[in-house]
Design a protein around this ligand. Structure first.
Ligand code: CIR
Length: 265
């Protein structure tokens, strides 16, 4: 049976602009190289496309240096798309900029109005519920507003806590299938994945927890051999994507796309 939490007909990505060098970062380890970022981004889009999905690659938006990380601007469910309210002031406008693209694919596009804030990177949609971590970017008010919006479709929403010092909830976890989550030990230790099968990232490889299941593929950042070996042994079909430049801005596999099956198609 098709699983809506990881089987998708569409994805939206956005070409990184030259202004990517100005992107937000927790620790400055140097600016990303635009050319290398473009190459990695092309590989990423090609991998999504290779599963048979339609990938919409939007033009770069120079006025928003972090806008390549489209995941934070919206939540796309099978029934509705919701423009988020990003918690970083330099990123707030990215949500409104995403709406026209969503309206081409969805009858119903809603917008988080605030006062609260919520970033897509803090939302992990599984087959049975929507897990949302409070973080420096997402607060309880934002989660409550989203909860009300998805109530008509009976979604269960569970508020959790993103570990201290971790940018987004999904920085530390990803969905691998309807029952399995890849997580760092530190996030799993909070008990938030009780009832799921949890695979841990290998010691020292926490940065690959931000991977994605997209149809028959698991896209993971290149350079995490022990976790890769574990996932291969578990039967997952791995595609490694260079992530050195996105990582300089605390970005990973999930951040670079919105993944969904729109109702109008
Ligand atoms: C930011 O700090 O907002 C960007 N430099 C990185 C966003 C990564 N997005 C994600 O984890 N969903």
């Amino acid at each position: 049976m098709t699983k809506r939490s990881y089987t998708f007909t569409h994805a939206i990505a956005r070409t990184p602009g030259q202004s990517i060098t100005q992107g937000l970062r927790a620790v400055d380890v140097g600016a990303p190289d635009h050319e290398v970022f473009l190459k990695h981004h092309d590989d990423y889009v090609a991998a999504l496309e290779s599963t048979g999905a339609t990938i919409i690659t939007l033009d770069a938006m120079e006025e928003f240096p972090d806008s390549v990380f489209v995941e934070d601007a919206a939540l796309c469910l099978p029934e509705v798309a919701i423009a988020m309210r990003p918690g970083a002031s330099s990123r707030l406008g990215e949500a409104a900029a995403m709406i026209p693209s969503l309206e081409k694919l969805y009858d119903t596009v809603l917008t988080i109005q605030g006062e609260g804030f919520i970033d897509g990177g803090d939302i992990l949609t599984t087959e049975r519920e929507i897990l949302i971590g409070t973080s420096a970017r997402t607060d309880t008010a934002g989660i409550e507003e989203l909860h009300k919006m998805v109530a008509p479709w009976n979604y269960k929403v569970r508020e959790l806590q993103t570990p201290e010092g971790v940018l987004h909830f999904k920085t530390d976890c990803s969905l691998l299938d309807e029952e399995t989550i890849l997580s760092t030990k530190r996030l799993d230790a909070s008990g938030c994945f009780e009832g799921y099968r949890v695979l841990h990232t290998a010691e020292g490889e926490e940065a690959c927890a931000n991977s994605i299941r997209f149809n028959d593929l698991v896209l993971m950042p290149d350079g995490f051999p022990k976790t890769e070996e574990l996932l291969v042994k578990e039967g997952y079909n791995i595609r490694k994507i260079g992530n050195s430049e996105a990582a300089k801005l605390d970005g990973g596999m999930s951040c670079l796309s919105l993944r969904f099956s729109p109702p109008m198609m």
